[in-house]
Design a protein around this ligand. Sequence first.
Ligand SMILES: [Zn+2]
Ligand SMILES: [Zn+2]
Ligand SMILES: [Zn+2]
Length: 165
Amino acid sequence: MSPKTETSAIAFRKHDHRRCQRQLLSEARQLCEARKLRLTSRRRQVLEILLASHQPLGAYDILAELNRVDSAERIAPAIVYRALEFLMAEGLIHRIESRNAFISCIHPGHHSAAQFLICRDCEQVAEFENIDPGLLSAADNLGFAVDHSVVEITGVCAECQKHGD
Ligand SMILES: [Zn+2]
Ligand SMILES: [Zn+2]
Ligand SMILES: [Zn+2]
């Protein structure tokens, strides 16, 4: 496994996830500072909820979690959607289309496209930075102008296969 594959596949291995959380939150802060963007407390809260694991969460799960941690006022769904849009636009999170859910990016702001391996047992998602160049050059050869690409591969991770029957 190349070092890059190692990092990408972290979701499928036992690891100290608090390190991911700290690292990714500080990268998000730096990125917003460098781009002169405001990581408002609401945006940060939504990001933190997604940073809790490598499993994707739907907008309504995020809303429920926000209302649980911050019960002072009822939070409207539109607020969550706006925060998600901001985080997606800045490359801090991704949308997992096949799940209609969101996941924090493991290399924030470093790429424009991503592909995902999704384990249907543990629901962990591993992210790979770039789309298969073979596929993109095939598109190029066809004169096909790519404007959006989603690669989501579902299966069972090695850990889950070990524990399965
Ligand atoms: Zn982690
Ligand atoms: Zn990413
Ligand atoms: Zn799994």
